[in-house]
Design a protein around this ligand. Structure first.
Ligand code: SAH
Ligand code: SF4
Ligand code: F3S
Length: 477
């Protein structure tokens, strides 16, 4: 095989009008050699980034297990370690480069160890070149579009003793029926679409994940039904922009509101979805969330900025007034809705007034939870080329001020739950104290509680005893 094919971020920007993704149902056609390549060997996958990457990590694990590999938690026992990476901000990338450096130690001790890199960083030409130069011992690199080729790529390394570096910039198919190892026996994610066509000017995702491709409604529903019959309690419907679900399919497939309603009808106890762009959030979506009790009252509604001029330069396609109108509509129609958000500070040339506009929206929306970031220029994106006169010190001060307000409202919202009873899906023992359990409320609030009876995966009633900054405390009723 031609075993080296590098990505080209420039090519990744093109979209074909009227493009229909091909649905490939039997991409993983293993031959006998590939089926046994991993027998007696162990794998370890390290995943960074968003839920879409976590889901890809589950598929990568599934493919490795089909090849005979067994999972190990211990790096020193692994025969293949795959870093499933994220490119959203420079920090994320720096961490991965550091981690590859660290993993060199294991490679020195066990020279047969295969070090692999995949995910969004693998789609960046500059990064792939840099990693190949800095770390010649990384033998395996593949991208977000060709996970199904993993067996062939590993075979090439083990049988021909050659490197496998294969990344496609523009391929955009939908692969159905790939195996996967789900990380939880009661909470599952379903990818309803991949890619993004929004091209917010700061964001690298449309380049690393390709053109928007929605899965057929029937395929999503049949996955949901399988999960219900396997006893799952919660399904998270995933997409970079779930509101746009189905726009690339024929109209009889239906839109996100219809999909949401039909997944609710499967009877799964809890449904969540991520991420919904404020633009294009239809009334039908709002109505579906309000109507079904098993659609959890929680919406992640990324604001990014409260300034109209910044929003415009970000390419977000809504104004602050439109955002507030949607927020109000959601809050008035969905009982006890919790809202979280993402905010970027220090976008190129963001003025003090722009930043104050962001704070104003924060004061108005009083978010339950929020993720805030300093703008990070991403190669190949329009915002990376914009002039920027704002010193990093100012950006850091703004972030600090913003975080202070976000923490205040997070705590205020949590305090409101004190004394009330909430339904909690038990995740397992809490991080810091194994006698205390943790889980999430319908509003997606982390709660630590004492358990009288019940087990992991059960939904139980918990009385909230304390609202903290980032979590609740409680006791089972
Ligand atoms: N599809 C989702 C966002 C995925 S990325 C959406 O549109 O809401 C998650 C968050 O990372 C974004 O909401 C944004 O706040 C942040 N982000 C993306 N690119 C960034 C960049 N270049 N610098 C800083 N933050 C960024
Ligand atoms: Fe990035 Fe915007 Fe697409 Fe979200 S909608 S993934 S922020 S381009
Ligand atoms: Fe990161 Fe790629 Fe997700 S850049 S946020 S892993 S789509």
């Amino acid at each position: 095989m031609n075993n080296i094919s590098l990505p080209d971020l420039n090519k990744a920007r093109f979209r074909s009008a009227g493009y229909k993704a091909e649905i490939i149902r039997n991409a993983l056609d293993l031959n006998d050699v590939q089926r046994n390549l991993g027998s007696g060997l162990n794998y370890h996958v390290i995943t960074y980034g968003c839920q879409a990457n976590v889901r890809d990590g589950e598929v990568i694990s599934g493919i490795l297990e089909e090849m005979g590999y067994a999972h190990t938690e211990l790096l020193e026992e692994a025969d293949i370690i795959i870093l499933n990476t994220c490119a959203i901000r420079e920090n994320a990338e720096k961490r991965v480069i550091g981690e590859i450096g660290f993993l060199q130690n294991y490679k020195r001790i066990k020279p047969s160890l295969i070090l692999g890199l995949c995910g969004c960083m693998a789609q960046e030409d500059v990064i792939v070149k840099q990693i190949m130069e800095m770390f010649p011992s990384v033998q395996l690199i593949f991208g977000t579009h060709n996970i199904f080729e993993l067996p062939k790529l590993i075979e090439n390394i083990l049988v021909n003793n050659e490197k496998s570096v294969k990344v496609y910039s523009r391929q955009g198919n939908i692969y159905e029926g790939l195996p996967s190892v789900r990380t939880s026996p009661f909470k599952a994610s379903i990818n309803i679409m991949d890619g993004c066509d929004k091209f917010c000017t700061y964001c690298i995702v449309p380049y690393t994940r390709g053109q928007q491709r929605s899965r057929l409604r029937e395929d999503v529903l049949s996955e949901a039904r399988q999960l219900v019959s396997a006893g799952y309690k919660e399904i998270m419907l995933l997409g970079q922009n779930v509101n746009a679900y189905g726009k690339d399919l024929s109209s009889d497939n239906g839109d996100f509101a219809r999909l949401l309603a039909e997944v609710a009808e499967t009877g799964i106890p809890r449904i969540r979805f991520m991420t919904s762009h404020p633009w294009d959030f239809t009334d039908e979506m709002v109505d579906a969330i309000a109507k079904y009790d098993n659609i959890m009252p929680f919406v992640h509604l990324p604001l990014q900025s409260g300034s109209n001029s910044v929003l415009k330069r970000m390419g977000r396609r809504y104004t602050n007034d439109e955002y507030i109108a949607l927020f109000d509509k959601l809050k008035s129609k969905v009982n006890e809705l919790a809202v979280s958000t993402d905010i970027i500070v220090g976008f190129p040339d963001e003025t003090d007034e722009d930043f104050e506009d962001t704070l104003k929206i924060v004061e108005y929306c009083k978010y339950d939870n929020a993720y805030s970031f300093i703008f990070s220029p991403r190669p190949g994106t329009p915002a990376a080329k914009m002039t920027d006169s704002i010193p990093m010190e100012v950006k850091k001060e703004r972030l600090q001020r913003l975080n202070g307000r976000l923490a205040y409202y997070s705590k205020m919202n949590n305090l409101k739950w004190e004394g009330r009873t909430v339904e909690v899906l038990i995740d397992g023992p809490s991080k810091n104290n194994p006698t205390v359990y943790s889980g999430y409320t319908p509003q997606s609030k982390l709660i630590n509680f004492t358990l009288k009876e019940g087990q992991i995966g059960d939904i139980i009633n918990v009385k909230v005893t304390e609202g903290r900054k980032n979590s609740l405390n409680g006791e089972q009723e």
